[in-house]
Design a protein around this ligand. Structure first.
Ligand code: 9L3
Ligand code: MG
Length: 145
C-alpha cells in the first residue's frame, strides 16, 4: 500500500506597500474582485510563485501585473510557520514591506479598489481572514501606524 502524499505547499508572496519604509504611516490595501468566494475581501497584493521562480522575482511580477507599479522592497515580516504565514490548506505566504518606486497603483487585475489606509485605519477594512493575523502583526511592529 502506498501512503497518501500531501500535495506540495504552494508559496504566495505579498507586499505591505507603505509610504515610508523607515516610518510607515500609510498602508495600501487592495480589494479582491476574484475569485467569487474571496471577492470583497481586502488583502496585501501579491500572488503565487511560479515553479522555478524566485520569491522576490514573483513579488515584483505580481505587483507589476496587479497594480502596474515597480517597488523598492524592504524588510520581510516573518510569520510563525518557518517564517511564513498560513493562508489555508497547502498555501503559505511570505510578506515584505515595500514602497512604490515607479508608477501609480491602479487595480489592473484581480482587484476592484485600492485604498491608502492612514494612521489608525489599518484594521478598518474587511481583510481576508488569512490576512487579519498579518495586519495585527504589522500594526504591532509599526508604532507610527
Ligand atoms: N491570498 C491571501 N492573501 C493575500 C494574497 C496575495 C493571496 N494577501 C490567497 C488568496 C488565494 C491565494 O492566496 O487563495 C492565491 O492568491 P492569488 O494568486 O490569487 O493572488
Ligand atoms: Mg494576486
Amino acid at each position: 500500500m502506498s501512503e497518501q502524499q500531501a500535495p506540495p505547499e504552494r508559496l504566495v508572496v505579498a507586499a505591505a506597500i507603505v509610504d515610508d519604509l523607515a516610518l510607515p504611516t500609510r498602508l495600501l490595501a487592495a480589494r479582491r474582485s476574484e475569485p467569487p468566494e474571496l471577492a470583497g475581501g481586502w488583502e496585501f497584493p501579491g500572488g503565487k510563485v511560479e515553479p522555478g521562480e524566485q520569491p522576490l522575482d514573483a513579488l515584483h511580477r505580481e505587483l507589476r501585473e496587479e497594480l502596474g507599479i515597480a517597488v523598492e522592497v524592504g524588510a520581510e515580516l516573518t510569520g510563525p510557520y518557518d517564517g511564513r504565514w498560513a493562508l489555508g490548506p497547502g498555501l503559505t505566504m511570505r510578506l515584505w514591506f515595500a514602497v512604490v518606486a515607479d508608477g501609480v497603483p491602479a487595480p489592473l487585475e484581480d482587484h476592484d479598489e485600492l485604498r491608502w489606509l492612514g494612521p489608525g485605519e489599518w484594521p478598518g477594512v474587511p481583510w481576508l481572514p488569512a490576512d487579519v493575523t498579518v495586519v495585527e502583526a504589522l500594526i504591532a511592529g509599526c508604532p507610527s501606524a
